[in-house]
Design a protein. Structure first.
Length: 211
């Protein structure tokens, strides 16, 4: 019997894994065809715009995954420390304890970065904004909250790159442990209530960028 056809979600999951592994620039149509099990003509049927179209659709698909891994834990109705723990636990699972690359970083470093700039910026800003709200709830002033949020995202992304470069996933685990121990140090309290403060449902809604 012929193998069952892949669902669109399965195709996007396989493309996501390929872009994570090979990077956007390193992923050829041949490697993407092997990753999905689809011939080139089938790939173009799903993605008429070629590789860039695939990456744009994968970004939107990734948005739903990051919504669950990042924003939902930060929005939870719980004290700030507990919300931070949930986000870090989700990140640890999402990036397979430092063994998986971040697609956002891969696309940010690609030669076609301008094409993806709008959705990439939206993704990072949604994450930063949710962290700022967490930190404000913990009692930090706006400027301090923004600075700590930017530092946190930078540490997570940098740890993923360094873990890959050193072939040592422990780099990522240690970075998360330091964030867990340090991020809320010096807070002045706060009500700990979940607040979205303008981050709408589906905050990682990647809009198709214009080429």
């Amino acid at each position: 019997m012929p193998a069952p056809a892949l669902s669109r979600t399965e195709v996007l999951d396989r493309l996501l894994a390929s872009f994570r592994r090979d990077g956007y620039d390193g992923a050829s149509l041949s490697t993407l065809s092997v990753a999905t099990g689809l011939g080139r003509s089938s790939l173009y049927h799903y993605f008429p715009g070629g590789k860039a179209d695939m990456a744009e659709q994968v970004l939107r698909h990734l948005g739903g995954q990051l919504e669950a891994a990042l924003l939902e834990p930060l929005r939870a109705s719980a004290p700030p420390a507990e919300r931070l723990d949930r986000m870090l636990d989700s990140l640890d699972i999402f990036y397979d304890h430092g063994r998986q690359a971040c697609l956002l970083e891969r696309l940010s470093a690609s030669v076609d970065r301008p094409r993806f700039q709008t959705p990439l910026a939206a993704a990072f800003e949604a994450w930063l904004h949710a962290l700022v709200i967490l930190l404000r709830d913990a009692g930090f002033a706006e400027a301090e909250a923004r600075g700590r949020a930017e530092d946190t995202v930078g540490r997570v992304e940098g740890a993923l790159v360094l873990a890959a470069g050193l072939d040592d996933p422990g780099v990522f685990s240690r970075a998360l442990a330091r964030i867990r121990a340090e991020l809320l140090v010096g807070c002045r309290g706060g009500n700990g209530a979940a607040a979205v403060g303008g981050v709408a449902e589906g905050g990682l809604d990647f809009q198709r960028s214009q080429s």
